[in-house]
Design a protein around this ligand. Structure first.
Ligand code: UDP
Length: 503
């Protein structure tokens, strides 16, 4: 078996954003550690951005393509294909066009990449398996045309998979324009109100092609041999079991940095992943000065930009809490309304003894710091797995996509915190935020939240440890590829046939 593994190449293809690539890299690293060869394919624009922006202090080489070396991240080979647009094209402002162009040109260009890598004279890579993620569902068709088995790494909770699956198959069970407040009952999940559902299944969904990629993924599940999820069995047991009659979905996570799982004995130098923004160096030094369990950490991830009113209400709540806080206020890369994402005038001055505001931090180091007491969060799934792995309770402040459902899970299912509820204008008032901060830090349930968070932290570690549920699922996947790998070869297309013949 060991010998067979040496020749097994796995190709991963991810939508090109940090939150999608990092879980892929971490799964890739585990496959690599178990003896497989792994290549991650990203779009050319993303490779270009990594080469210019990548800021992780601890990740290994990101060699520029221009050096004629094979670029790699954390020891994983990186290959690239064109998304059909020029490097200068503004993808962020034209997301809809971008997703459509990617779906049109991605398949052709990825096919060429796979065949050319397979026919490379010096290091031919005949892929035994392709793994995509939900944002590039068309990869399953490419794999099928090339006769390569395909799997998907689902990068949201399995609960979201079940919701999209339910919606795709029975939309009538979900809220409609006529009945927008209809609640949803799905097997293995608590009753879900409209406010608990991902924005993409709501009747007033305005997210076009971004929403469609999820439904395409569900439509394509029969083309997938494996569905792996960045979650772990113990965390979502009921819903994973209930989905098993439709599709076998297996937890292989949490795919978070090893430091958070107690597996890194090199003080973070084993970090696998990329960081596209430079972390502010002051954070850890500042946290070192604070009492254990005293600091409120506030972050809304890489994409969310809060409105002027939201910024003001958080600022007021933090100032009036009189507690130390670390707040990440990331400058927006999008065009935003006036005052959005900006701190209220005078706030920095008024709170300079109380808090620290930074444009980006090393969140992994922050969450694992002993002074952190709670996390005010938008509930992006990467952040949720990180806080679960670190054992830090949350105040959930969800905005869109999967975040409302993640917030529901964190507060009501996993029991690791509180979810903010908006007022009638859909707005979280500063009084409410302040109240929740008090409740999570010192309220009657604060001990319970911390105990529950510690329990999940330990279960996350058990899941990824040797013989744990996620480790076993990864091993089963590998055993299956090893079995399959002898039974197929990749055909070279016409363009690359010359190379193949000479090899
Ligand atoms: N993150 C970070 N520093 C920050 C804020 C966020 O390193 O100051 C990282 C965080 O650790 C997580 C990712 O950015 O891995 C955010 O991903 P998530 O899925 O939570 O949210 P998204 O950015 O996709 O909305």
């Amino acid at each position: 078996m060991e010998e067979e593994k040496q020749t097994i190449h796995v190709l991963m293809v991810a939508f090109s954003s940090q939150g999608h690539i990092n879980p892929m890299l971490r799964l890739g690293k585990q496959l690599q550690n178990k003896g497989l060869h792994v290549t991650l394919a990203v779009t050319e624009i993303f490779l270009h951005r990594i080469a210019t922006n990548h800021h992780s202090t601890t990740a290994t080489t990101t060699a520029a393509a221009a050096d004629n070396q094979i670029p790699s991240i954390s020891g994983i080979d990186i290959a690239s294909f064109s998304d059909g647009l020029s490097l200068e094209y503004d993808r962020k402002s034209n997301l809809d066009t971008y997703m459509k162009t990617l779906a049109e040109f991605g398949p052709v260009n990825l096919t060429s990449l796979v065949t050319s890598l397979g026919c490379d004279i010096t290091r031919p890579k005949k892929f035994s398996c392709i793994i995509n993620n939900p944002f590039v569902p068309w990869v399953a068709d490419v794999a099928s045309r090339l006769g390569i088995p395909c799997g998907m790494l689902w990068i949201q909770p399995c609960t979201l998979f079940a919701i999209y699956h339910g919606f795709y198959n029975s939309p009538e069970d979900f809220p409609t324009k006529e009945n927008p407040e209809k609640s949803v009952k799905l097997p293995g999940l608590p009753l879900l109100q409209t406010s608990d559902l991902p924005s993409f299944v709501l009747p007033f969904n305005v997210f076009g092609s971004l929403a469609n990629v999820f439904f395409e993924s569900i439509k394509n599940i029969h083309k997938l041999r494996w569905v792996m999820a960045n979650s772990f069995y113990e965390l979502e047991k009921e819903v994973i079991d209930s989905m098993s009659k439709f599709v076998v979905i297996k937890g292989v996570g949490p795919l978070v940095p090893a430091t958070l799982l107690g597996q890194d004995d090199h003080e973070g130098r084993d970090f696998v992943g990329i960081d596209m923004w430079k972390a502010d160096d002051r954070c850890i030094e500042w946290l070192n000065q604070k009492d254990p369990n005293s600091v409120i950490y506030v972050s809304f991830g890489s994409l969310v930009v809060l409105s002027k009113t939201q910024m003001e209400s958080i600022a007021t709540a933090l100032r009036e809490s009189k507690r130390p806080f670390l707040w990440v206020v990331k400058p927006s890369e999008f065009q935003v309304t006036e005052g959005a994402g900006e701190l209220p005038k005078g706030f920095l001055d008024e709170t300079k003894e109380q808090g620290l505001v930074v444009p980006w931090c090393a969140q992994i180091m922050v969450l694992s710091h002993k002074s952190i007491a709670c996390f005010v969060t938008h509930c992006g799934w990467n952040s949720m797995l990180e806080t679960i792995s670190a054992g830090v309770p949350v105040i959930a402040y969800p905005m869109w996509t999967d975040q409302p459902t993640n917030a529901k899970l964190m507060a009501d299912v996993f029991g690791v915190g509180l979810r903010l509820r908006p007022n009638n204008d859909g707005f979280f008032e500063s009084e409410t935020i302040k109240e929740y901060i008090e409740e999570i830090m010192d309220g009657p349930r604060s001990v319970e939240f911390r105990a529950k968070a510690t329990e999940w932290k330990s279960m996350a570690r058990d899941a990824v440890a040797c013989g744990g549920s996620s480790d076993r699922n990864i091993q089963e996947f590998i055993d299956d590829i090893v079995k399959l790998s002898s039974s197929h070869t990749i055909k070279c297309n016409v363009d690359s046939s010359t190379k193949c013949q000479s090899s």
